[in-house]
Design a binder for this molecule. Sequence first.
Ligand code: DGY
Length: 322
Amino acid sequence: MVRARVFVTRRLPEETLAGLLGAAEVYVWPEESVPVPREFLLSEASECEALLTMLSDRVDEELLAASPGLKVVANMAVGYDNIDLDAARRHGVVITNTPGVLDDATADLAFALLLAAARRLPEAERMLRQGQWTGWSPLWLAGKDLRGATLGIVGAGRIGQAMARRGKGFGMRILYTARGPKPAFEAELGAEYRSLADLLAESDFVSLHVPLTPKTRELIGRKELARMKPGAVLINTARGAVVDEDALYDALSAGHLQAAGLDVYSVEPVPLDHPLLTLPNVVALPHLGSATVETRLTMARLAADNILAVLQGRSPLTPVSL
Ligand code: DGY
């Protein structure tokens, strides 16, 4: 029997692919940090029944139309804004993602950004290393308290709720937006449901946890930033394009917002001359939300298991609804 052909777009530890290796012809792009070139991806996809992709791989009409044998694309990410779902539906290709296995890792990183921005950690470290620590002074590098502050969670899905739990542990009051009220979440944390406009106006810290869709693109624009409390802090571990970055630059440089903690950007890798990187009150990380060894291995295994399920005629474990 001819074995199905699978292309994996980044080098992954072999043990994560063990199930697949036993059942299919698996080709792996040999680089871990260099994305597969588009032409190479197109040519591999055209001969494959399954692709294991990263969020940096564009899966669009061009790719799907040129890949008649493709049955499944398993994205090793919870987000799937790199995939054209309408095109996948038209071409009958199953799409899967990796929900549920990265909530704590991502919330940990979002909370690390919140603490770093609130207490000005990168700024303080830079000053120390530059010899600017000349002595103790009452308000030098003084930051913001967490206890008693209000944390607004925009998008109280799994990751948003995990972030809220961390906030609660630090004595914060929790507000949230979602498609509708979530009674169990409210009962657990005393969280209060708000419209986006009210949440922005009441929160000292706003953390974004919505997927990038046409509806959430630039959800946080100039008007929304202006609604935020003076001195508030914005945390984004969702997707860069959820925020209007020019407007965010203006809000931070004018001093309306105290700080931002960013893990994601509208263009990644973020260009080094990006205006946001010139601001001392921006804590900037290179898209590390789910980057713990255990979590990334679990994501890779889940993506591989999704492919295996589809190739064996079973239902995928974590399909994206098309
Ligand atoms: C995701 O899974 O969508 C994260 O952004 C990357 O881990």
